[in-house]
Ligand binder design. Structure first.
Ligand code: URA
Length: 440
């Protein structure tokens, strides 16, 4: 029976005909219940990966995967929102965005992942905070959001369980990079949060999974189409991921950088990107009349301490002792894990920073312990960088440009790769724009 079903599904895909939606639903249910042989699932995945499927089929697949597990339900006003980022270097937005949106009156039941490849993961960053528990059940997520307006929980098998198995098989069959499969995987989990609005940060460039703008736009259009097909008001922002985001990179250091921004200070690059994402969600839900006024609202709650207050309450709600959470807000350096050594690298010549290679920084940080190579690797939360400079800035020879936080001695190879990550030019380069375009 399973074999016939897979045969029918694959024949339709290969002949460029629509799959029978009822067959597709039986397939997804079988995947969620682990009742299909892995070989059959592999066959279907390879078929979708090689041939592609239509927008309607992608939406149906996404819906089926969403319905394969718990779907959060919300009472009252339509103000449940979230953001998904395709992953970057220094991408700490969720830690700031969730409490900032809660401070503006939105509800944010955020599901997040661990680091993937060279990119950091929100859950790994939050686990640098003493006591912070990301393992929430759907009921605990709902309770946390009703209590403090937001929560950030690790993806788990209660939500979209079909994705758990499909993703694991994609990973070992080289079928990860398929736009319909990525779309269904990401959007099904977001849709299961019971969202009214979603903003997608689709990154492109050297340190992103999508290297070109064209690839990023294709993924963004597919995800916006599927999410809208499920009734979620969605906008994608295509952003540049060649330069690292903000000043802090690495798990513990990104929490530190986030607290600075939540205190109304810190990196303007980070603050501007949070405001852009948050402003978009405020506009989509009608809390603000436009993107511009939404951006203003986010900047306001970052400046007046309301977002920081929601961050403290989120930490307490998720297991951190109140005293520790309050210390984290006041003196984050005293609460977060620290590396044994800090090595400061100096500019080799005078000039303007033409670029800082985010991918090179990420790869070295991963090798120093900030990321994983296999799922069972342990992360060292204290490893990372503080950038003392950014693209376009003028540097004098001998001026610090980056502090490397590490536990083991840096090898000459690591040092040379880090030094090569900085490109200095005599002419000032064109102004750097993080936002490339918006897809609605
Ligand atoms: N993240 C996901 O959750 N799924 C994908 O397919 C890719 C990235």
């Amino acid at each position: 029976m399973g074999e016939d079903l897979i045969e029918r599904l694959c024949t339709s895909i290969q002949n460029n005909e629509s799959m029978l939606i009822s067959d597709l639903m039986i397939f997804i249910e079988g995947v969620a219940q682990r009742s299909f042989p892995i070989d059959d699932i592999e066959k279907w995945l390879r078929c979708v990966h090689s041939n592609g499927i239509s927008v309607d089929e992608t939406t149906a697949l996404t819906r089926g995967m969403m319905e394969s597990g718990a779907v959060l339900e919300w009472q009252g006003t339509a103000n449940v929102v979230d953001k998904h980022s395709t992953g970057g270097v220094g991408d700490k937005m969720s830690l700031i965005l969730a409490p900032a949106l809660a401070a503006c009156g939105l509800r944010v039941p955020m599901l997040a992942g661990r680091g993937l490849g060279h990119t950091g993961g929100t859950i790994d960053k939050l686990e640098a905070i003493p006591g912070f528990n990301c393992n929430l059940t759907p009921l605990q997520m709902q309770a946390a959001v009703e209590q403090v307006g937001c929560c950030i929980a690790a993806q788990n098998d209660a939500i979209a369980p079909a994705d758990g198995l499909l993703y694991a098989i994609r990973d070992v069959t080289n079928t990860v990079d398929s736009i319909p499969l990525i779309t269904a995987s990401i959007v099904s989990k977001k849709a299961a949060e019971g969202l009214n609005a979603l903003v997608l940060d689709v990154k492109c460039g050297n340190a992103a999974f999508m290297k070109t703008e064209q690839e990023a736009v294709a993924l963004a259009e597919s995800m916006v189409g599927a999410a809208k097909g499920l009734g979620i008001d969605t906008v994608a922002q295509i952003t540049d991921m060649n330069e690292p985001i903000g000043t802090h990179i690495g798990n513990s250091l990104e929490v530190l950088g986030s607290v600075y921004v939540l205190r109304g200070k810190g990196s303007t690059d980070t603050r501007d990107l949070v405001a852009l994402q948050g402003g978009q969600l405020l506009a989509l839900t009608g809390i603000s009349s436009s993107l511009e006024s939404g951006i203003k609202m986010i900047l306001e709650v970052l400046g007046n301490g309301k977002a920081l207050h929601c961050f403290i309450e989120m930490c307490v709600q998720q297991g951190t002792e109140r005293e520790v959470a309050e210390q984290l807000a006041l003196n984050p350096e005293h609460v977060l894990p620290k590396s044994e050594h800090i090595t400061v690298l100096l500019a080799p010549e005078t000039g303007y920073i033409q670029s800082i290679d985010a991918m090179a920084l990420a790869e070295v940080a991963r090798e120093l312990g900030a990321g994983r190579f296999v799922m069972s690797d342990h992360i060292n939360h204290s490893i990372g960088y503080v950038l003392e400079s950014s693209r376009n800035q003028h540097l004098k020879k001998g001026q610090p440009w980056i502090s490397v936080h590490h536990d083991h001695e840096l090898s000459s190879q690591h040092l040379s790769r880090l030094r090569d990550a900085l490109q200095i030019a005599s002419e000032q380069p064109a102004e750097f724009q993080r936002l490339i375009r918006i897809i609605t």
